[in-house]
Design a protein around this ligand. Structure first.
Ligand SMILES: NC(=O)c1ccc[n+]([C@@H]2O[C@H](COP(=O)([O-])OP(=O)(O)OC[C@H]3O[C@@H](n4cnc5c(N)ncnc54)[C@H](O)[C@@H]3O)[C@@H](O)[C@H]2O)c1
Length: 322
């Protein structure tokens, strides 16, 4: 299959490109490099520099390439920034996809795999299933939910088929260590803790230790980026084999406390941490039910928390030497 990966120079997009190429698929990337890096672009992928908010940039790709399925990763993803700049977030994350869908429709390409997020569930807690109510609590989550709905209406009107994946906490790096989460994007627990053992930051702050969990710290679901990426390969095959439109969570079906994650990092090298105040809107426990993806795609995540932490450490160590 010929896959257009929009946002293929970013963290998750680049890992998906690696998995697609391992699966012997042809990959075309469209990316404006706003938060992506040429060094994450697989050498065998064809790269177009362009912005999905410019219709002509997308048309240029479709005029030159026959595309069977589109994967969309090209979003702005920083929650606090989305609160400060909501219009930018709607412009990029919603309007960009509207234009992409318009061009896809014009060129008769009607299959899309879309990256959504657990942020659409808002302050839900416990085990999240796809049919739970969606109530985002920030503009980032709202833009993702609005786009999910737009894709659904477009599918209804023009005969598109989609797979929408809602990701939980994504971390780790490809085992080649050629790609990973680049250094200026760090807000998530695992890479931040790893920086703590590499001496890039002094300590890890754990936000609250009085939650009703086994050690008082929040429980979250962690998924290795290569497991997540591989689900997209399966999702594309599923659509091209005539699969019906679906929304699926991608997570591990299990959870670890923040302290357990800190301990996993501490096994690599000593990690200092301090306990800070709780943050607003942090539920005690958030875990993805991944039954749907298991059943429909036969997707089974193979990496453990230890694998996730170790691969992130190895990648971060490698790039910190540059
Ligand atoms: N990283 C996570 O933990 C996480 C969790 C849940 C969902 N997601 C979703 O996964 C997707 C990818 O996230 P990521 O972590 O790889 O982010 P990222 O910032 O590393 O990648 C996004 C890529 O899209 C490109 N891009 C952004 N706007 C563009 C535009 N207008 N035109 C063309 N290219 C554009 C960027 O240059 C970048 O290469 C996003 O849609 C995000 O909402 C990520």
């Amino acid at each position: 299959m010929r896959v257009l990966v929009v946002g293929g120079a970013g963290y998750i997009g680049s890992h998906t490109v690696y998995e697609l190429i391992k699966d012997q698929q042809e990959v075309i990337i469209l990316d404006n490099l706003s938060s992506g890096y040429m060094e994450l672009v697989h050498p065998e992928a064809k790269f177009y520099h362009g912005d999905i908010r410019n219709k002509s940039d997308i048309e240029n790709v479709f005029k030159q390439e026959k595309i069977d399925v589109v994967m969309h990763f090209a979003a702005k993803i920083i929650v606090p920034e989305s609160v400060k700049e909501p219009l930018e977030y709607y412009y990029n994350n919603v309007e960009g996809v509207r234009i992409l869908l318009e061009v896809m429709n014009d060129f008769g390409c009607k299959k899309i795999v879309f990256s959504s997020t657990a942020a659409v569930y808002g302050e839900a807690s416990g085990i999240c299933k796809e049919d739970m109510p969606t109530k985002p609590i920030n503009p980032y989550g709202e833009t993702k939910l609005a786009t999910e709905k737009m894709i659904q209406w477009v599918a209804n009107a023009y005969g598109f088929h989609y797979v929408i994946f809602r990701y939980f906490n994504v971390a780790g790096a490809d085992k080649s260590l050629k790609i990973g989460l680049m250094k200026d994007q760090l807000t998530h627990l695992i890479p931040v803790a790893i920086q703590g053992i590499l001496g890039i930051r002094d300590h890890l702050t754990i936000y609250g230790n009085d939650y009703p969990t086994k050690d008082g710290t929040c429980i979250r679901d962690y998924i290795h980026v290569s497991d997540l990426a591989y689900a997209h390969v399966l999702g594309a095959h599923y659509l091209l084999n005539g699969g019906s439109s679906e929304i699926m969570n991608l997570g591990s079906n299990s959870g670890f406390t923040v302290l357990e994650v800190a301990q996993a990092v501490n096994e690599i090298a000593p990690l200092k941490y301090v306990i800070g105040d709780r943050r607003d809107g942090d539920p005690a426990e958030l875990i993805a039910s991944n039954e749907k993806a298991r059943q429909i795609l036969n997707w089974v995540p193979k990496y453990t928390l230890k694998d996730i932490v170790l691969s992130d450490y190895q990648y971060r160590k490698k790039i910190s030497k540059k």
